[in-house]
Each structure stands twice: as C-alpha cells, then as structure tokens.
Design a protein around this ligand. Sequence first.
Ligand code: PMP
Length: 447
Amino acid sequence: MTTSLQTAPRPLANDVGDAHWLPFTAMRQFRSQPMMFVGAEGMYYIAADGRRILDAMAGLWCVNAGHAQPRIVEAIRESAGRLDFVSSFKMSHPGAFELARRLTEVAPEGLDHVFFTNSGSEAVDSALKIARGYHRARGDAGRTKLIGRAKGYHGMGFGGLSVGGIGRHKRDFGPLLPDVAHLSLPYDRSKMGFSRGQPVTGADYADELEALLQVNDPATVAAVIVEPVIGSGGVYPPPTQYLDRLRSICTRHGILLIFDEVITGFGRLGQPFAAQAFGVTPDIITCAKGMTNGAVPMGGVIVSDLVFDAFMAGPPEAIELFHGYTYSGHPLACAAGLAALDTYEELDLFARTAALAPVWEAALHQLKGAPHVVDIRNIGLLGVVELASRPGEPGARGSLCAHSCYEDGVLVRASGDSIVLSPPLIVEEHQIEQIVASIRSGLNSMN
Ligand code: PMP
C-alpha cells in the first residue's frame, strides 16, 4: 500500500520549519542559517550543500572511531533484523551480558558490574541513586548529600543538573536537589594558563573537600562526583595529584567517588578510561557517547564490587535496585557497543591516541600569541582555545570563530568564547594541521 508519507515530496534540506525544537539552540537564529548534515564517513560530515566538513568534535565528543565504521553499521543492521526489543526488567538477552562483560574487561580493576542506561544524563542520575542506595543498603541511610564541582557538566536530569556546576543550565529550572555542595574549579589562569597537559600546580584545590567536610558532617555525605577532565565546562585537565587527593579523602570518610567519564571514556585520553590514564580508581564510573561510537544512544554505570555487593547482601527474593529504563540494555545498542569495542581494539585506537597526543598538544599550542587567545588547554585528544570576550558581547568571538571554521570546512564547537575540540581518534596529522590553520584564520579575520 502506498501511504501519503511515501508519496509526500521530500522537503528540501534547508526547509526546516519549526516542528523540531532543538536542544541548546537559538531556534530563530538556526532557522535563518540552518546547519544541516545529510551524511558522514570517517573524519567527515557531508553538509546539505554537498560540502565535506572535517569533524573536529567527533560529533559531540562521541564518534571516537570516526563516522560510519563498517563493523558497527553492520552489527546494527544484523541486530535490528534478529531481535528488535526485549525488556530488561526481569529478563534480558545474551548481547547485554556479553557487552557488560567486555566493558568490565576494559574498566579499571574491581569495577566489575554494569547497569545500562540510554544516555549520559541517565547514567549520572542512576549513579547518584545507586550511591544513595548503597549507603542505605549498608544501614547508613543518613548519607544523602552529594558534592559536585564548579563548571562540572553531568547531564540534564534533575540529579545531574543539581551536582553540575554551570549556573546558566540551572537558572530557569529550580528548585533542584537539596543538600548539594560544590568544590571550586581547580584552576587559576594566572598561574596555570597555557599548561601543556595537566597543570603541575593546584593539587591543593582537593583539600577544599576536606574543608567542606568540616562544615558538612562527613557522615551525611553519600558521594563526590567529578569529571576527571572537565569537558563541556571548557576542557580543564586536573592538576597532577588532584584526583589522587580526592580519592584518599573520600576513602577516609567512607564517601563514594564517582568519575563521570561520559567524555573521557573509550580512549579520549589514550586509555580506556581516564581513571587508568590518571591511575586513580573511583567507586563508580558513568559512561555513554563512545560506548557505541555514538551510533546508537547508550550509557552505563560501572560499579565496584564494594557497591554491588552491598546491594546483593539482602535476602535473595528482594529486588535490589528499584530503578531502570525501558530501553536499558537495548539489543541494538548492545550490538553497536560490542562492535565499537571490537573496532577500537582492531584499530588499536587507545594506543594510537596516546601516541598522537603530543602532536595534538604541539599543534594547538602554536596558537599561543594568535589574536584574542588568552589560554590553551589540552590533554589526550581534547583541547580548548579560549578567547578574550568582546566587552559587552560575551560569546561573540567564539561563535564568529566557529562560523568562520565552518565556512572553511571545519566543524569546531564554540562554548561561549572557548573553541572546544575533540576530534575522532582516527584523526591524521595533516587534519590536525588543518583544524589549527582554520582556527588561526578565523581569529585573524575578526576584531
Ligand atoms: N556527563 C558528561 C561528562 C557529559 O559530557 C555529558 C554530555 N555532554 C553528559 C553527562 C550527558 O550526556 P547525555 O547528553 O548523553 O545525556
């Protein structure tokens, strides 16, 4: 049967209307200048106007092995035709168990159990609930407070928003969770600006946690959550020894440490997780994005034996975790996740990233001294070029620079006046040079 949908004329790619309400987007501005993509392969997007655009953002920090990896595409096709859906409430399928097992193989030692979600936001909110549930399971129900950090981004659920540290995200939506405190950003540009990789000073910012625990009875605190490298808040690598100190303070006070590795997971720092890159093991890791190479929405919470065993210690007929999502461990996502792990392994992508990181660092820091540049930070294959704001026009230079790069065939992301970079880990050296040259030309062309 022919339906009207099938016979309706295909809308022009730039005929966008306003039925689709985009996230984090100035809709009216978007409609006047829609940035539309119709295809993607490897390091490139194909724009609606036919241009090939070099993707310096791995989509949105997620397409770690580059776009349309054949093994992943095929796995999704095969899975969709075999098992379209199965609930994960009291039932499952082999792919979910296989992916969980494979994830625990690459996760830090002792993080042996995976709870599946569909996004980073869900992973974070699940992790926060698991942290509170853990203390309750151990008879320590008074531990409910959560500690986040300034500039932290932990997704858009009310839990993640509450522990997050970007004020603009919260302004229109309160009240948020009570009993949340925040550490400050471990960064002082006057002392740490243009550091290459981790700043060597600043570990003592972690002592703020100890100070916070003097004013908040530590026996009331459930968890501390940080991104090992602050991502969306502007790419801030942690000072050396900072995370180690957070770890030891948490351990001393029986507080769970959660690393939100939604961006840093799956090779961005040259190791499967940042936890391994920094040699610090949290109690819980949240992940998403690179888990399926961005190809199917999926997130996960990877928990330690300590946490898991506390839930399992109850009577065998009890439901240990009253929490979950219809699409937890979706067959399509699991197939994509397994194929993504195979692809990362086949390309030896994490080791490749570690080897390429010094080239990336040297290339980015060539922009020191370019017009408007006030700081450059990098680690692994992450980077940011921070610009001085125009007086009275915050964000203008960032968006002008990003626009200029786009016109030049390079997709970067402006976060305020920071140009944020996170290329697919398959990026070649000549493409790194192209990204840097494009930013330089954007900076040279504006006042
Ligand atoms: N945590 C971190 C560290 C993130 O970077 C993000 C997304 N950028 C999230 C959580 C939320 O993930 P999602 O958008 O998949 O909900």
